[in-house]
Design a protein around this ligand. Structure first.
Ligand code: PLP
Length: 371
């Protein structure tokens, strides 16, 4: 067999034969995969405008956005949504309070540094920020920037409490909801959120490549002139009025998004999807209680479980063993947490039966009989 064929066979195996519990990309449904298998259509026409409108309305409904909210669709990964939000809403005249509970909070800090946005790197650990009022530094801020679920450690923050704090202090409240939408509740009106950032490859269970920024009217009023062609939200908004984007959108992913939003609706709405994710997450956490693994965070979302070995085993060794010997993909952590943490996603097309593949693999790995 020649080298490139060998490589391809290996690649195919990675994509086809493994049970997938990684926090993005996540397991997709057959129905959505089918949409992705079709020829990508031309998009500068009213047919595709209808797709854009359906995606926009479906997303706005899903997050209970206030009347008059808009969605921007960018052909890029989620980090572009984060950076674009910072670029379009913050300037050197702002002072942003950036919640930093891990890798994704640090990313917002890095974005602020890149764009010279005055900010406080608000490092937090083991809190869901229910008491943000007393924890936050006593400076005056103009914006609160947070990842609703800090995916690097499995930490979910209290969106309502942060929203109350934002309203009280008149802050623009920017929430990266990428890794908790569809599995955990988010209500823009209830939590007073002004900007929500979403991405295709997490709870929405689509391929990566589409990021969405949802803007409430308060955010729309604050849009500024940006020094960027591609990330100019005003351009997206004026094109959006006719259901178009200024540049080639991720056409196929948007078709998949339309199908996915319909699928969520058919299955009982986002409330039902959240309930399912909760049930699967709890089933997983309960089922592995007999194993030497401990939950890493006290405020875990339904989206994901972060685990620490309690028997001195290295987390990365478990991850590698699951992949090599059981064809089960979970997610390692990097850096200092390489040996102490690994992560299991419950996002996407998850069931208890599918989760049993991982649970059984873990029991077998430890040589413990599953009762
Ligand atoms: C996955 C993720 C992102 C986006 O990462 P990309 O690799 O750019 O798609 C952003 N924020 C959080 C919290 C995430 O989990």
């Amino acid at each position: 067999m020649n080298e490139s064929l060998k490589k391809w066979k290996k690649l195919k195996m990675i994509y086809k034969d493994y049970a997938i519990f990684t926090p993005g990309p996540v397991k997709m449904s057959e129905e959505i995969l089918q949409v992705g298998a079709q020829q990508t259509p031309y998009f500068r026409n009213s047919k595709f405008s209808d797709v854009t409108f359906a995606c926009e309305n479906g997303l706005l409904e899903m997050v209970n956005a206030p009347e008059g909210s808009k969605v921007i669709f960018l052909t890029a990964s989620g980090t572009a949504g984060m950076e674009a939000a910072v670029m379009n809403f913050l300037s050197e005249n702002d002072n942003a309070l950036v919640v930093n509970g891990g890798g994704f909070g640090q990313r917002f800090v890095d974005i602020c540094i890149t764009h010279k946005i005055p900010h406080t790197d608000f490092k937090v650990k083991n809190t869901n920020l229910s008491d943000i009022e007393s924890l936050a530094p006593g400076e005056t801020y103009s914006a609160l920037v947070v990842n609703a679920h800090e995916t690097s450690v499995g930490q979910l923050y209290n969106l309502d409490a942060m929203g109350e704090y934002a309203v009280k202090n008149d802050l623009l409240y920017i929430v990266d909801a990428i890794s908790m939408l569809v599995t955990d509740p988010l209500d823009m009106q209830q939590s007073n959120i002004d900007v929500v950032i979403a991405s295709s490859q997490k709870g929405l269970a689509l391929p990566p490549g589409l990021t969405m920024v949802i803007l409430a009217p308060k955010a729309l009023k604050k849009l500024q002139v940006v020094n960027s062609l591609y990330f100019n939200f005003k351009d997206y908004l004026s094109n959006g009025e006719r259901g178009q984007q200024p540049y080639t959108p991720a056409v196929t992913i948007m078709l998949q998004l339309e199908a996915r939003l319909n699928q969520i609706k058919k299955r009982g709405g986002v409330i039902q999807s959240i309930a399912n994710a909760k049930e699967v997450a709890e089933y997983f956490r309960e089922s592995i209680k007999a194993l030497p693994l401990k939950e890493y965070s006290d405020y875990m979302p339904n989206a994901m479980t972060a685990l620490t070995p309690t028997d001195g085993n290295s987390a990365i060794d478990i991850v590698n063993d699951l992949e090599e010997n059981y064809k089960v993909m979970v997610c390692p952590n990097g850096g200092a947490e390489r040996d102490s943490v690994f992560r299991v996603s419950h996002m996407g097309e998850m069931t208890k039966e599918y989760t049993d593949i991982l649970i059984d693999a873990l029991y077998d790995y430890y040589g413990v009989a599953r009762s």
